[in-house]
Design a protein around this ligand. Structure first.
Ligand code: SF4
Ligand code: SF4
Length: 446
C-alpha cells in the first residue's frame, strides 16, 4: 500500500455503537424466493431499457425482457421464470416511479444457462465482451455503470493496473465480504477474464482489515497467480471510493473531470467480477444479488434474492421490524436513499436495506453548525462541506462553484462525522448538480 486515504473517518465510539447495530454476525447467506418480482427497466447510469415482452407472455429465468439501442445502457433480464403479469409505473428508490415489469414466479427456474463451463481462455475478446454486454452487468459497487462500457476503452490508452475493490463501498454492509468468503474462486476467475480483455495488466485487490475471513479466502484463491496481489487496507471510510482506492493503492491522483482509465487504471467491484464469471462461463445474466438487511429488524442478515424483490418482503423475511419503524434506507448508511414505501424493488445496485426505529430519530435531526471543522477533515476530496452547505442553502451557486462543489463524490463522510447531524452530503450533491446544470445552460447560450 502506498498512501493513507485523504480525509474519511475510522470508527469513533458513537460510530462503533452504530456498527454494532448494523453489523451482521452470521456467516451464512439466506435465500429468499418471492412470489412476484418487480423489475425496473431503468437500474443504472445510461439509457433506460424498453420492454420487449407483453403481459401474458411466459418468460424463462435469464431471458432478456428489456433492452435499449444506446451503447451506455444495460439489458434487463427476468430474474425468475413465470408469467408476465403487468408492465406498469412502479415506485423506485428515488421516490419516483419507473416502468417496471411484474412477473409471477412459477418456482421452476426454467432457464438456458450452460451446464458445463465455457472456456474463455482461447476465445476472442470481442466474443467475451459480447457475453458481458448480453448479461446486462452494471457495476455492483453502487455506481451501477454498465460494465461492457468499461471494456470499450480506446486502444491507445494503456491500462497497467486492474484494481479489484474488496473494500465495502459502505461501512457496516457485509454483502461483498460474504461474497469474497464464499465465492473467492469465481471472483478471481472474473478478474482474470477482465485482465485478458485489458491486455494483461497487473491485478491489485484491496480489502479492509476488518474482513479477515474474506482476506483468507481471497489469498487462497489467488495463490496460483503471480500477477495478482492482495493489499490489506485500514478500515477507513471511504477507502472503497474509486478515486480514494487508486490514491491509496497506487499513489496516483485522478484529475478532476477525468476517469481512472485516463491514468492507466480500471476498477471493478468484487461482485461485478463474480457477475462476469457467471456471464462468461455459464451464460448467466445478472439476476440475483446479495443484500444486507439490517438495523432494527428481528434477524439482521445477508439475503440472496432475485432482482426485483420488494424491500418490504426482505424486511419480513428478516423477521420484520423491531420497534416502531421510522426510516427505511435502500443502500448503505452513507449513500443510500430513504424510501417512502416498502414496495420499492431491489435493483442490480441494491447492496442494503437499513431500518431505523423511532429510538434512533436523533440520528437524523439537524442542528446549527458549530464550526468544529470535522466535515473538512473527513472530506476525501479536500472540500469545505460546511461552507458549500451554507452557500447552497443561501442560493449562492457561484460560491459553490468557487468552492469546487463539482468535485464532490457524494460519499457521505461529512454527514456522518457532523456532530450537528447536518445533512451535508445531500445539500452538497445538490450543489454539485446545480453547478453542472448552470454550466451546461451557460454553454448552450454561449
Ligand atoms: S459527500 Fe462530498 S463534500 Fe461530503 S465528504 Fe464526501 S466528497 Fe466531501
Ligand atoms: S462537521 Fe458539522 S458542525 Fe462541524 S463544521 Fe462541519 S457542518 Fe459544522
Amino acid at each position: 500500500m502506498k498512501k493513507k486515504v485523504t480525509g474519511g473517518f475510522s470508527l469513533s465510539p458513537p460510530l462503533k455503537a452504530l456498527k454494532q447495530k448494523l453489523e451482521i454476525q452470521q456467516s451464512q447467506v439466506a435465500i429468499f424466493e418471492p412470489n412476484m418480482v418487480f423489475i425496473p427497466l431503468s437500474q443504472h447510469i445510461g439509457a433506460p431499457a424498453q420492454p420487449i415482452v407483453q403481459p401474458g407472455d411466459y418468460v424463462k429465468q435469464g431471458q432478456v425482457i428489456g433492452e435499449s439501442d444506446a451503447f451506455v445502457s444495460a439489458k434487463v433480464h427476468a430474474s425468475v421464470s413465470g408469467k408476465v403479469l403487468d408492465i406498469t409505473e412502479w415506485p423506485n428508490q428515488n421516490n419516483e416511479t419507473t416502468q417496471t415489469i411484474v412477473i409471477e414466479n412459477d418456482f421452476t427456474y426454467d432457464n438456458d444457462f450452460l451446464s458445463t463451463p465455457f472456456h474463455w481462455e482461447e476465445t476472442a475478446n470481442d466474443v467475451i465482451k459480447q457475453k458481458i454486454q448480453q448479461a446486462g452487468i452494471a457495476g455492483k459497487g453502487g455506481a451501477t455503470f454498465p460494465t461492457h462500457v468499461k471494456f470499450a476503452i480506446d486502444e491507445t490508452k494503456k491500462i497497467d493496473t486492474l484494481v479489484l475493490n474488496g473494500a465495502e463501498c459502505e461501512p457496516f454492509l457485509s454483502s461483498d465480504a460474504l461474497l469474497m468468503e464464499q465465492k473467492a474462486e469465481q471472483i478471481i476467475e472474473g478478474a482474470r477474464i477482465a485482465r485478458k480483455l485489458l491486455h494483461d495488466p497487473v491485478i491489485i485487490i484491496g480489502i479492509e482489515d476488518d474482513k479477515p475471513l474474506a482476506i483468507a479466502a481471497m489469498k487462497k484463491a489467488t495463490a496460483p497467480y503471480s500477477f495478482i496481489q492482495i493489499e490489506v487496507l485500514p478500515t477507513v471510510y471511504p477507502t472503497g471510493g474509486e478515486k480514494q482506492l487508486v490514491e491509496v493503492l497506487l499513489d496516483r491522483e485522478v484529475p478532476l473531470g477525468k476517469l481512472t482509465a485516463d491514468i492507466g487504471v480500471i476498477l471493478m467491484n468484487v461482485a461485478t467480477s463474480f457477475a462476469i464469471t457467471e456471464a462468461v462461463c455459464w451464460n448467466k445474466p445478472l439476476i440475483n444479488r446479495y443484500t444486507t438487511v439490517t438495523g432494527d429488524v428481528q434477524h439482521p442478515q445477508v439475503i440472496q434474492s432475485p432482482i426485483g424483490t420488494l424491500a418490504g418482503e426482505l424486511i419480513d423475511f428478516a423477521g420484520g421490524f423491531q420497534g416502531a419503524p421510522s426510516k427505511v434506507i435502500l443502500g448503505g448508511p452513507m449513500m443510500g436513499r430513504t424510501v417512502t414505501t416498502l414496495r420499492v424493488p431491489t435493483t442490480k445496485g441494491s447492496n442494503g436495506v437499513l431500518v431505523f426505529n423511532e429510538d434512533n430519530d436523533w440520528l437524523f435531526t439537524e442542528n446549527p453548525c458549530i464550526r468544529c471543522n470535522k466535515c473538512v477533515e473527513a472530506c476525501p476530496m479536500r472540500l469545505m462541506p460546511l461552507s458549500i452547505d451554507q452557500y447552497f442553502r443561501a442560493g449562492d451557486y457561484d460560491k459553490c462553484d468557487e468552492l469546487l462543489a463539482e468535485a464532490c463524490i457524494s460519499c457521505g463522510a461529512c454527514t456522518f462525522v457532523c456532530p450537528a447531524r447536518r445533512n451535508l452530503a445531500a445539500t452538497i450533491t445538490d450543489a454539485k448538480n446545480k453547478v453542472i446544470a448552470l454550466k451546461k445552460e451557460a454553454m448552450q447560450h454561449a
